[in-house]
Design a protein around this ligand. Structure first.
Ligand code: SAM
Length: 345
């Protein structure tokens, strides 16, 4: 199959980035993501094999995607993940291969991931207080996350990022502690506004700490915050610098979304392709793949889907009056693909 020009959607956005949710399973139960007591999991037989994932990733890359991020669920729960990393890393045209993880299993896998060709890791860690970690995640495992970070650093992952979802009244008193932890560890912290995505059934407007408020609080503590010049316009985080040069970012998907530059789409572990985190429906690439579609036919399907894309999910949410949780539990149970942990964060 030959590569064509970069595919563009109806708003002129290039197909630049693919997030692959390699499993819907997670070893944490974060209150803003998986607050329920039980979940409907994707049937095992429906989960794409590494061969199938590699093939689909290759088709996306040939259509112009240069950035691939492995996520989930918790990606390190997928058996033999370094094997998948190696397969994706050797696809010609993959310029940026990254993973988002809660780091609990990183001590075990950091070396193998590095050798397989993974270059960038984003660690999700919302608090530095063990008891709060236990309350927020329903798992008393903060030491394992910290050990995972240390292992990744020891294996040479220099460009680690730290994602923290900020929830008012829960962890918003840790902005400075997290910034200082990031500075000490050489990790760039990115504060994420609490989003009303699928799965966030406890979401409420009053729990969101808007980007402007975070910036005000940080400036009041450290002095003038400067915007960073070196920003990838398609990246979700807006980057800043403290007066001493410490970089940090804010992902303001809830109050100041950036749909106009969104080049991302998402593939679930069972091969559903979603054009937006807020999309209610996806396209089953698995069905076509398993029905015997050639790479050319898959490319055509993906190209057509992208060309028709008009999604501006986060911007439409801002315009919603009476904004509340996107879905209630019964809606998510009817179609678990709508869960953030299934679609891939
Ligand atoms: N398990 C991995 C991890 O913890 O990084 C990857 C999957 S997780 C769904 C990916 C990211 O989505 C995490 O940084 C998580 O904090 C974020 N996330 C989940 N629910 C969110 C919400 N309601 N608002 C904002 N971010 C959310």
């Amino acid at each position: 199959m030959t590569s064509g020009p970069v595919s563009r959607d109806r708003l002129g956005r290039p197909l630049g980035s693919l997030r692959i949710s390699v499993t819907d399973r997670c070893n944490l139960r974060c209150s803003y993501c998986m607050p329920e007591d039980s979940y409907i999991w994707l049937p095992r037989a429906s989960i794409l094999t590494f061969e199938e994932l590699e093939r689909l990733a290759g088709v996306f890359v040939r259509l112009g995607a240069t950035k691939i991020r492995l996520t989930g669920g918790e990606p390190l729960l997928r058996h033999d993940l370094p094997d998948l990393v190696a397969r994706v890393a050797r696809i010609p045209g993959v310029a940026d291969l990254a993973m988002t993880t809660n780091a609990l299993l990183l001590s075990r896998f950091a070396g193998a991931l590095r050798r397989a060709g993974l270059r960038r890791i984003t660690v999700s860690l919302d608090t530095l207080r063990p008891e709060r970690y236990r309350d927020m995640t329903r798992a008393d495992r903060m030491p394992e996350a910290l050990a995972g970070i240390a292992a990744a650093q020891a294996e040479g992952f220099a460009d680690l990022k730290l994602n923290a979802v900020v929830v008012r009244g829960v962890n918003d008193d840790e902005l400075f502690d997290l910034l200082e932890f990031g500075r000490a560890q050489g990790m760039e912290v990115r504060f994420i506004e609490y989003m009303d995505v699928g799965g966030a059934t406890r979401w409420a407007d009053r729990l969101v700490v808007p980007r402007v408020e975070m910036l005000e609080r940080i400036a009041a503590r450290y002095g003038k915050v400067l915007p960073s010049a070196d920003r990838d316009p398609a990246a979700p985080a807006e980057r800043f610098r403290l007066p001493d040069g410490t970089p940090f970012g804010i992902i303001a998907s809830t109050t100041e979304p950036f749909c106009r530059t969104c080049d991302r789409s998402r593939l679930t572990a069972d091969g559903m392709w979603f054009l937006c985190l807020y999309a209610a429906e996806g396209v089953s690439l698995r069905d076509r793949l398993r029905a015997g579609a050639t790479d050319e036919e898959l490319a055509q399907l993906i190209q057509q889907g992208w060309a028709a894309r008009t999604d501006r999910g986060a911007e439409e949410r801002v315009a919603t009056t009476d904004r509340g949780a996107l879905y209630q539990v019964d809606g998510l149970r009817r179609d678990p693909h709508r869960e953030m942990h299934t679609m891939g964060g």
